[in-house]
Write a new protein. Structure first.
Length: 172
């Protein structure tokens, strides 16, 4: 199967500063609560500051590109999706990375794979969480469910133009 056509998006400078601020505040909040960063445990993240800032940038890029509202601050603590009602953004620093899904993630939400770095990102496609659960390959620690992820390659993703309810959707 061929991966869908990626969609590049570049944040303007005020948006770049906004994303950096939100990511930094997420990290400060995690440190203040003496909790691991929202992206996972400190052992798995090489640089939690970078992960939080780039993750926020990827979410903002996804929001601006799709037209879905960004639930920027403390979304995970309130059970909100990253974008709109049901879209989660998964950023990876690996240029050839795939979509990652935690076993405790919401299976009925839609998950977008994003790569890149502030201010330029690429949205590669999306899947429902249950599609990753059904066919994902386990990566990480076998003995601790909180430390492993399910992975789907890019060729399994749906095109961004098929993400209903967004300005990217064909016929939107």
């Amino acid at each position: 199967m061929t991966p869908p056509t990626p969609v590049p998006y570049r944040l303007d400078w005020p948006s770049t500063a906004h994303a950096a601020y939100v990511g930094a505040m997420r990290q400060v909040s995690a440190m203040r609560r003496e909790r691991p960063s929202e992206g996972g445990s400190h052992e798995r993240i090489r640089d939690p500051w970078l992960t939080n800032i780039e993750g926020a940038g990827a979410e903002l890029a996804g929001s601006q590109l799709t037209g879905l509202a960004w639930n920027a601050l403390r979304a995970k603590l309130r059970g909100l999706a990253d974008l709109g009602d049901d879209v989660e953004v998964r950023w990876t620093h690996h240029d050839a990375g795939g979509l990652l899904f935690r076993p405790d993630d919401e299976p009925d939400r839609r998950y977008i794979l994003v790569t890149g770095a502030l201010p330029a990102y690429v949205l590669h496609g999306w899947l429902y969480g249950h599609e990753v659960l059904d066919d994902g390959q386990q990566v990480g620690a076998d003995d601790d469910p909180s430390r492993y992820w399910l992975h789907r390659d890019r060729d399994a993703l749906r095109a961004m133009t098929s993400l209903e309810g967004t300005r990217l959707a064909v016929g939107a």
